[in-house]
Design a protein around this ligand. Structure first.
Ligand SMILES: CC(C)=CCC/C(C)=C/CC/C(C)=C/C=C/C(C)=C/C=C/C=C(C)/C=C/C=C(C)/C=C/C=C(C)/C=C/CC(C)(C)O
Ligand SMILES: C[S@@+](CC[C@H](N)C(=O)[O-])C[C@H]1O[C@@H](n2cnc3c(N)ncnc32)[C@H](O)[C@@H]1O
Length: 375
């Protein structure tokens, strides 16, 4: 592994791969080669696939906004029970029928919807979205992210006053905003919890401490799977108060407790045999992430388990999610970075954990999982 000036760690590229990359790039950047490849039957398929991939990158924002329009008009929920006529959907959305049909055709091209021109039904991706209401919440939330990304170079230069940073006011205490971001996290948490619960058996533990546990949505899901487990949560004071309210509503007050404070410096509650950091470390720059890991280690007995769950950089089959999506998301948020599994494992070991290893999850696109033991 080699560390660059920015602190990012990349495996070295072998010399033969660098030579092949240079040759490939010289060919691909040559217009005559492209013309020939597009006409020559054996390479035509690849040429079309690459052109389509590049077009999709050019048009990605338009596709995202097609999805945003469907979500804003609540089309997926309206179609949950079956197809509806273009006229009916147009009237509900206060659109001209021709405008609704334009959206339906765009949605059909993106597999979100299906239409025969008179009626509109869910497409396979629209149907999948219905099962995960957190996706629609994220699509709505992206209005903030895309505003900040209107000038991506300005954002990279640190010249943009990013609105997303104001959505996540970790410093300073702001109860209404903590409520807003905790609602967004709670809406998307079931997708994350499902992956973690499929990959790790919580029944074998006695007491869990969820650090940066938000409003307790993750612990509520764990509690249903492990009925004997005692539940502890630590988060900023305004958020810990939301967790207490959720535990009371869910009838968990007898087995759950929440503490408020700063997880980087304040003493964490002791006695857990498993501590979890779910979508927490990537929000923080390296010094703070190390402070959190050391603080978690300090509250655990040797042998206790640490689970880190977050989208990983360079995840097999999901590389753009970590490095492109979360790379820019966290830049707009003003701190943190996506990390590779090996980086997180090395950081956990520097903080006093041993045996750090990656655990497979059913949807690496949504969350990666690292397990380690307190040394
Ligand atoms: C039935 C027939 C005929 C065939 C079946 C064929 C078959 C088996 C098909 C598979 C169907 C299937 C199981 C589909 C499943 C689809 C799923 C699970 C889709 C899930 C999609 C999830 C998405 C799009 C998630 C998006 C999440 C986002 C954008 C999350 C953003 C998170 C943010 C911004 C977090 C911020 C936290 C912070 C601040 C960084 O810490
Ligand atoms: C992205 S959210 C994840 C919440 C939850 N784990 C989930 O996955 O839904 C990060 C959480 O860390 C909390 N947090 C951020 N900085 C903190 C700090 N210094 N001390 C305690 N909690 C903090 C936030 O309040 C928030 O609830």
């Amino acid at each position: 592994m080699t560390a660059s000036a920015s602190g990012f760690v990349d495996p070295p590229v072998p010399a033969w791969q660098r030579r092949w990359r240079d040759l490939r790039n010289r060919l691909l950047a040559n217009g005559t080669f492209q013309d020939l490849a597009a006409r020559f039957p054996p390479t035509r398929f690849v040429a079309r696939r690459e052109a389509r991939a590049l077009f999709d990158l050019c048009a990605g924002f338009v596709y995202s906004q097609t999805l945003a329009a469907c979500v804003e008009l609540d089309l997926f929920a309206q179609l949950a029970k079956g197809a509806e006529t273009v006229e009916h959907l147009a009237a509900r959305g206060r659109l001209a029928p021709a405008a609704l049909l334009r959206l339906a055709r765009a949605g059909a091209a993106l597999r979100l919807l299906e239409t025969d021109g008179a009626r509109v039904a869910l497409g396979p991706l629209g149907a999948a979205l219905l099962a995960n209401p957190g996706i629609a919440a994220m699509v709505r939330h992206h209005a903030l992210l895309y505003r900040d990304l209107a000038d991506p170079v300005g954002l990279l230069r640190g010249e943009t006053n990013a609105t997303l940073a104001g959505f996540w006011p970790y410093e300073g205490g702001d109860a209404p905003r903590a409520d807003a971001y905790s609602q967004l996290m709670a809406a998307s948490q079931p997708m994350i919890a499902a992956g973690i619960l499929a990959a790790w058996k919580f029944r074998r533990h006695r007491r869990i401490l969820d650090v940066g546990g938000g409003d307790g949505r993750f612990l509520e899901a764990v509690a249903a799977r492990a009925p004997a487990l005692a539940l502890m949560l630590f988060d900023l004071p305004d958020v810990a108060a939301l967790a207490r309210a959720r535990f009371a509503r869910a009838g968990l007050a007898g087995r759950a407790a929440a503490w408020g404070g700063d997880m980087r410096v304040d003493r964490l509650p002791e006695g857990a045999d498993i501590a979890t950091l779910v979508r927490v470390l990537h929000d923080h720059d390296d010094d703070d992430a190390m402070a959190i890991l050391r603080n978690v280690r300090a509250c655990l007995q040797p042998g206790a388990t640490l689970l880190i769950a977050e989208p990983l950089a360079a995840a097999a089959g999901a590389a753009p999610v970590g490095d492109a999506y979360f790379g820019f998301y966290l830049l707009a948020m003003g701190r943190g970075r996506p990390r590779r599994a090996a980086e997180l494992a090395a950081m956990a070991e520097r903080a006093g954990f041993i045996g750090a290893r990656q655990i497979a999850t059913p949807q690496p696109l949504l969350t990666g999982l690292i397990a380690a033991r307190a040394g």
